[in-house]
Write a protein that binds this ligand. Structure first.
Ligand code: HEC
Ligand code: HEC
Ligand code: HEC
Ligand code: HEC
Ligand code: HEC
Ligand code: HEC
Length: 500
């Protein structure tokens, strides 16, 4: 078969070899992968991204080589004359063959590449791509995501907006991320909050919407004190998520912040949004607008003016809907309550707290410390324990280690210390960033810290000694250990973040 002589040059030949070789690899990998499952989850990266990139590069080399070659040939032929466009003459069999190859080849490539780019699109959108490809980097987010309520929601549903501009934005930043992983340039831990997270309106509100009514939700918490007996403490809290008619009128409830009638804006001192000196409440129906400023934070007008105003949305409370790095006291309480750690092992809560509140360089060193500290303690107080309660002790150690690896990631320096959850007020300031009785308006109104504003305490006490509310009125909170009236004055997090 005859082809134009201009194709006989090293650039075009290299291009042809490169393109053919990569096409063959793509096809054979596709077959191997779909028929035999060869290559696991990383293979998609090669099939849809790396190999096609080389193939396209090869294809581009072919015409580039031809152009250079024919330019040079014509230059030699017609010294002095200006260059003209080549004449395409289909009566010439060489040109005809090249034309047919070109047209058939282009159509074939277009089909292949549209299938390919569709698959590439899906692949880069998959949970696999985000979570596994950057396994070490994303391990914390990937692990906490599993087991959350949103385990079946793909990463991109929350992290990438819809529409072409979001697509391009996310793929560009994605390319940079792949580069920073390969070059080991990523920050540890990964910064939060994410500046250009897809807005809550486009993510959360696809599935949950602001006007949705939620029944009051009862939460029964079992906590265990860090004493010899692991004393159990129980509290029943009823959350006032949505509004409700009561004897005293309408209680608007927690989701009032996101009601279409209300706009709450705030200014935060730093990126992490943990200190909020300025809040504005606007009722869009009455037009009423109130500004609250923290009476204890002394920011000047100029400093306040320089801070960015943010409108409150779901993520200001639910900032950990899928990556909740729990604090040790909570995940150990859960394991104790569910019987995965035996409640009657003396001081086991305290031991776990001592081990878990230290910082370790690696997961292995943490596992080792957990094991030796628990064993050494029991050896010291009662050497028999390690024989006649061997199974319980071993099980407790294994569970503490498992809980550790689900919530604390020393290699990425990711844990509750860096990623506070803003939903409550125990270990992080959360709601108390604004609800602390210090944010005051000009007319003297405050954003309330009243213990019955957000939840009613319907029961509290120790097992066998629980006090119930008799009339659906909230009980007065009793702090489980005697700290005088400190809990009324101080933020809970002052003690509870750094209890151990
Ligand atoms: C239900 C929605 C949702 C899903 C699903 C989701 N994320 Fe997130 N992600 C968030 C939110 C919200 C944040 C915190 C943003 C903030 O505080 O501004 C976040 C934060 C992150 C961060 C920054 C570090 C951090 O923990 O704050 C990374 C990295 C991340 N997500 C990766 C992933 C990966 C990988 C997946 C899939 C395995 C995933 N996300 C699935 C909502 C989601
Ligand atoms: C694709 C749909 C979908 C999206 C998007 C989504 N959720 Fe959910 N969410 C669900 C479903 C379904 C449940 C109930 C899961 C269950 O009960 O196991 C749920 C449960 C919840 C719960 C209650 C359970 C819990 O863990 O406390 C909260 C709070 C929540 N979602 C907040 C959010 C926030 C905030 C976002 C946005 C960042 C979001 N969701 C995005 C589907 C979604
Ligand atoms: C002012 C803080 C705040 C804001 C803003 C907020 N929530 Fe909530 N939400 C809460 C609290 C507190 C609860 C109840 C306590 C709990 O379930 O842990 C709750 C409960 C929920 C639940 C579980 C309800 C149930 O009874 O099962 C869902 C789902 C939810 N919120 C979704 C959203 C979505 C979506 C948005 C944004 C449109 C949003 N929330 C905005 C604080 C907030
Ligand atoms: C950015 C500041 C801010 C944060 C953070 C915040 N709130 Fe509020 N909240 C307000 C403002 C402002 C009001 C309205 C105060 C008023 O009108 O008295 C309010 C009112 C309320 C009300 C009373 C609604 C009514 O009018 O009956 C409840 C309940 C409430 N918040 C719960 C919560 C919970 C729960 C959290 C944490 C998950 C939280 N808030 C976090 C600013 C905030
Ligand atoms: C602005 C709303 C708000 C106010 C005011 C408030 N709480 Fe809470 N509280 C919450 C939320 C939201 C949670 C649940 C956090 C979660 O989902 O883990 C909570 C959780 C709790 C818990 C369970 C904590 C745990 O994890 O063991 C206790 C106990 C509690 N609150 C007591 C109080 C007391 C006492 C006061 C008064 C000083 C108070 N609360 C004021 C919103 C509030
Ligand atoms: C002066 C320090 C201090 C303050 C302030 C404080 N606590 Fe505590 N709290 C403690 C100590 C110490 C314990 C015992 C911890 C243990 O033995 O594990 C405790 C235990 C608890 C427990 C039972 C164990 C657990 O982890 O759930 C609850 C519930 C509790 N506190 C709620 C609160 C609430 C709600 C506030 C804020 C309104 C608060 N505390 C403020 C020191 C404090």
């Amino acid at each position: 078969m005859k082809l134009p002589s201009s194709i006989k040059n090293w650039i075009s030949i290299t291009g042809t070899v490169l393109a053919t070789f990569n096409l063959a690899s793509i096809v054979s990998l596709m077959v191997l992968n779909s028929v035999f499952g060869f290559g696991g989850s990383y293979i998609g990266l090669f099939i849809y991204i790396v190999l096609p990139a080389f193939m396209v590069f090869g294809l581009i080399l072919i015409p580039v080589g031809m152009r250079i070659n024919s330019k040079r040939a014509r230059k030699a032929e017609q010294e002095g004359e200006p260059l003209k466009w080549p004449i395409i003459d289909f009566n010439n069999p060489a040109v005809r063959n090249a034309g047919i190859i070109f047209i058939v080849g282009t159509v074939f490539l277009l089909i292949i590449s549209s299938i390919g780019s569709y698959e590439a699109f899906h692949y880069t959108e998959s949970v696999e791509f985000s979570g596994k490809l950057c396994h070490q980097v994303m391990e914390p987010e990937y692990t906490t995501y599993h087991g959350s309520s949103h385990e079946r929601v793909a990463c991109v549903e929350c992290h990438v907006g819809s529409g072409a501009s979001w697509y391009v934005k996310s793929k560009l930043s994605g390319l940079y991320q792949v580069y920073s992983v390969l070059a080991k340039k990523y920050p540890k831990p990964i910064p939060t909050p994410i500046e250009n997270l897809r807005p809550a309106r486009e993510t959360c509100e696809q599935c949950h919407w602001p006007e949705k009514f939620y029944d009051r939700k009862m939460r029964i918490q079992h906590a265990f004190l860090a004493d010899d007996a692991n004393t159990e403490n129980i509290i029943h809290l009823q959350f006032k998520t949505s509004s409700k008619m009561t004897a005293n009128g309408v209680e608007k409830g927690i989701h009032q912040h996101i009601s279409p009638e209300v706009k709450i804006e705030y200014k935060a001192v730093s990126e992490d949004r943990q200190v909020i000196p300025w809040v504005r409440y606007t009722n869009s129906i009455t037009g009423e607008s109130v500004v609250f400023t923290d009476s204890e934070n002394s920011y000047t007008e100029v400093e306040l003016d320089a801070m960015e105003v943010r409108v409150m949305d779901c993520l200001d409370c639910h900032n950990r809907p899928s990556h909740d790095y729990q604090v040790p006291q909570n995940f150990i309480d859960k394991s104790l309550a569910e019987g995965r750690i035996s409640k009657d092992l003396p001081s086991i809560k305290l031991l776990a707290m001592i081990a878990l509140n230290q910082e370790y360089p690696t997961k292995d060193s943490a596992f080792y410390a957990i094991k030796t500290q628990v064993k050494e303690y029991y050896e010291m107080i009662d050497p028999d324990m390690l024989t006649h309660r061997k199974a319980d002790v071993e099980q407790a150690i294994a569970q503490i280690q498992r809980d550790y690896s689900n919530n604390i990631f020393p290699e990425m320096r990711s844990s509750w210390r860096y990623y506070p959850n803003n939903i409550g007020h125990m270990e992080a300031e959360g709601c108390f960033r604004c609800h602390n009785d210090r944010h005051r308006s000009d007319s003297g109104k405050v954003i309330s810290k009243d213990c019955n504003l957000c939840h009613d305490i319907l029961a509290q006490g120790t097992p066998g000694n629980i006090v119930y509310s008799s009339s659906f009125e909230s009980l007065d909170f009793e702090h489980p250990v005697d700290i005088d009236e400190a809990w009324r004055v101080e933020s809970c997090s002052v003690c509870h973040t750094a209890l151990y």
